[in-house]
Design a protein around this ligand. Structure first.
Ligand code: SF4
Length: 269
């Protein structure tokens, strides 16, 4: 079995390490776990695993010309410390910290870059706890049919041109095709799906409505989420209200970031 490569402190928030040592979670709570901050399951108690590495390098420009970079630089920066975990050890730490939670969120970076080790891990995790709910957060540049068996919610966040993310590495056509695959997987395998688009302007909204017209026609309106790009400053407040209005107009969801209200920008909360 292959090992999984995690970002530093990539299983969080936890109070017990692999050898039973006590750890202090960054939430400031005395217990393991946090809440899912975004999307359909916002507010649901969850444990997170952050895999290292991404095939994109996102950077947006806000309306006041500030550059807003990827919000998890420690998961993509080649100079950052990483953690190598055997599947069995990682599962052991999950077991020790799950408490009464049943939601496990696999995030990144881009988790599907490690899809074969991830399949091994999730197979064992589901054998351990049959009601374990697994969310995978992905940028939609990749799809894996073999993962579908072990996933309850795919949270797909395709990056639009404004993220300056695609460069020459990944074509937008492929992302659109993959979003189509995710909508089909939802129908065939009864896996829940959310399509989460970061919106920085009306141009983004126009682009998503044109480019993703076909896959969106097969998705439920409840599965489409608009999330304002930004960092909680004045420009963000203005954009937030516009994005909320655009979401209501289309019958889609507005996606706030609940964890920012609770924990600010502290990593791994
Ligand atoms: S896809 Fe996500 S993790 Fe990767 S660079 Fe973009 S924002 Fe960061």
């Amino acid at each position: 079995m292959k090992d999984l490569i995690l970002a530093q402190d990539g299983i969080f928030p936890i109070t017990k390490g692999l050898n039973g040592e006590s750890l202090t979670p960054k939430t400031g709570f005395a217990i393991s776990g946090t809440i899912q901050g975004e999307g359909k399951l916002a507010g649901v108690p969850s444990l997170f695993i952050r895999l290292y590495g991404c095939n994109l390098n996102c950077a947006w420009k806000s309306s006041d010309n500030k550059v807003v970079r990827c919000d998890t630089p420690h998961a993509i920066d080649p100079h950052m410390t990483t953690e190598k975990w055997a599947v069995s050890s990682l599962l052991e730490v999950v077991k020790q910290n799950m408490g009464n939670m049943r939601h496990l969120v696999i995030t990144g970076g881009e988790p599907l870059l490690q899809k074969s080790a991830l399949v091994d891990f999730l197979r064992e995790a589901k054998q351990w706890k049959s009601d374990l709910h697994v969310t995978i957060e992905t940028n939609g540049t990749m799809f894996s049919a073999s993962l579908c068996k072990y996933v309850d919610l795919f949270s797909v966040s395709p990056k639009l041109t404004s993220s300056n993310a695609l460069g020459k590495k990944v074509s937008m056509d492929l992302v659109v095709e993959n979003v189509g695959r995710y909508t089909l997987a939802r129908l065939r395998n009864k896996i829940d799906l959310q399509l989460k688009f970061v919106i920085s302007s009306l141009d983004d909204l126009n682009e998503l409505e044109i480019l993703f017209m076909d896959p969106l026609s097969h998705a439920s309106d409840d599965d489409v989420l608009l999330m304002p790009m930004g960092i909680g400053d004045e420009a963000y407040q203005t954009l937030q209200n516009k994005v909320c209005e655009w979401a209501i107009e289309r019958g889609w969801r507005f996606a706030p970031r609940l964890h920012l209200l609770l924990f600010g920008h502290t990593e791994n909360t």
